[in-house]
Design a protein around this ligand. Structure first.
Ligand SMILES: Cc1cc2nc3c(=O)[nH]c(=O)nc-3n(C[C@H](O)[C@H](O)[C@H](O)COP(=O)(O)OP(=O)(O)OC[C@H]3O[C@@H](n4cnc5c(N)ncnc54)[C@H](O)[C@@H]3O)c2cc1C
Length: 434
């Protein structure tokens, strides 16, 4: 797949040739980011975690993201670590990191709506658990930006305890009929497909009676209802499923084997949540930006704030170090170990701490827009901060995972993995499981 001579496709000869070819591709397709945009008072000042524009602005942003992903894919940059039969480059993760760092020098559309859940979590799950037809029909469409995918796991009664899902899937010939409700579904309004976890046998213990599928989000019976956040945006949705028909070919893994499929997705989720941020979020942990904030607000001499800042910077560096260790492990073919879980836990905490630090520095300026660059822009981030400790597994759950899987402490006594799901549900809700 190596390419020489100045084309736009990746030169995979070695990391340095790859980096040069990435720069060639980006120089030909995007504008360089100007240095002034990174100086205090210049360029964008957004420190925003969630999409917070109008529905129309969001749609435009998604269209721009899809277009940019298509440009990447058509030139060979769409799935650097993926298999070549689906348009990937079959390269180790450090090549992806090289590309990311080169791309950071260019002004390109934010592709997070596609890449965090769809390409980062669901694509790899389809690759591992989907049948040949499903992989061939979906993966190129996803990595070329054509189809966005969402994750339909959480339900009103199944979040941290995901094995409690109650959305039912009942087999009828070559099809499955789905009924139930999902919640918190990020980007469902932009998605063509979704990975869903359903209960297929309530008589089995809860971890063993679930099956995963890919559903068509435009199929009859799928209803997406937006949920408004306190940031003002509508990034999440409730999704209601009424007699939704799904072909058996869209099943991921074995019947009643959905838990191991979900674990693949959740492991990938930890990787993307710990390892990737948008430019806006990077700004929230950039020492230069935070110290400029202190200087601009005449708080530089405040010793308590300076101590908070140094702690924040030290812990952000620790997360970078953990991510680096995980990347090195993956590069040598090993699975990323506890580094990712610890990084996820610390990163969520650092982002929250950063939002509170900015709030301490700015005081009332964070709640009233007086037009000053880099001040009120922090308000959205502060309002988003509680979510950062929940998404991708809450802090408490991450601590449980570390306690059990790294420190070898006894398992959470709340989890019953032996009794059939139906009587367990009956005992807790006092009602019939569906
Ligand atoms: C920004 C964001 C995006 C999301 N996107 C998606 C998505 O696209 N698709 C999707 O399916 N879901 C999504 N979620 C849902 C997310 O996965 C769940 O919110 C999360 O798993 C927590 O579940 P819950 O909200 O039901 O809280 P609960 O499980 O009800 O937890 C409530 C509290 O109890 C604590 N707790 C629960 N069990 C234990 C325990 N055993 N030990 C100690 N403490 C415990 C929790 O840590 C938490 O503090 C998203 C959430 C957020 C915030």
């Amino acid at each position: 797949m190596a390419e020489h001579g100045g084309g736009l496709r990746p030169d995979t000869e070695d990391p340095s040739a790859f980096e040069q070819s990435a720069r060639r591709f980006l120089s030909a397709t995007a504008r360089p980011r100007t240095d002034s945009a990174r100086e205090w008072g210049q360029g964008r000042d957004s420190v925003s975690y969630f999409a917070s524009g109008t529905a129309e602005q969001e749609r435009d942003a998604v269209l721009a993201a899809k277009k940019w992903q298509r440009t990447r894919y058509e030139n060979g940059w769409g799935w650097i670590t993926g298999p070549s039969e689906f348009g990937g480059l079959d390269l180790p993760v450090n090549y992806q990191m090289i590309y990311n760092s080169v791309e950071a020098d260019f002004d390109v559309p934010d592709t997070n709506q596609l890449s965090v859940v769809g390409l980062g979590m669901i694509g790899p799950t389809i690759l591992e658990h989907g049948n040949d037809e499903l992989r061939a029909s979906l993966l190129p469409a996803m990595y070329s930006g054509d189809k966005i995918a969402c994750q339909l796991f959480s339900e009103p009664g199944a979040g941290s305890d995901l094995a409690s899902v109650e959305t039912r899937a009942v087999q009828q010939g070559d099809e499955w009929i789905l009924n139930g409700q999902k919640v918190w579904t990020s980007a469902a309004q932009h998605s063509a497909i979704g990975e869903i976890l359903c209960r297929t046998d309530p008589e089995l213990p809860k971890h063993r009676g679930m099956t995963a599928f890919i559903i068509d989000m435009t199929a009859p019976g799928v209803e997406v209802r937006p949920l408004r956040q306190m940031t003002g945006g509508e990034e999440f949705n409730e999704v209601f499923l009424t007699d939704v028909r799904v072909p058996d070919g869209n099943r991921l893994g074995e019947v009643n084997g959905g838990w191991s499929v979900a674990l693949t997705t959740l492991t990938k989720e930890r990787d993307v949540v710990a390892g990737s941020d948008t430019e806006d979020i990077d700004r929230a942990l950039t020492p230069k930006h935070l110290s400029a904030l202190m200087r601009a607000t005449w708080t530089w001499d405040d010793r308590a704030l300076r101590r908070d800042l140094s702690q924040l910077i030290a812990e952000a560096m620790a997360v970078d170090g953990l991510n680096e260790m995980a990347a090195q492990a993956m590069e040598t073919g090993q699975a990323a170990g506890p580094e990712r879980s610890i990084a996820k836990l610390m990163h969520g905490r650092n982002l929250t701490r950063s939002a509170h630090f900015a709030s301490d520095v700015l005081g009332p300026r964070i709640i009233a827009d007086n037009g000053d660059w880099g001040t009120y822009s922090w308000s959205e981030f502060l309002l988003a901060s509680p979510a950062l400790r929940i998404l991708g597994g809450t802090e408490e759950i991450m601590k449980n995972i570390l306690a059990e899987q790294v420190l070898g402490l006894p398992k959470d006594p709340g989890i019953d993995s032996k009794s059939p799901f139906r009587p367990q549900r009956h005992a807790t809700t006092g009602g019939e499981a569906r």
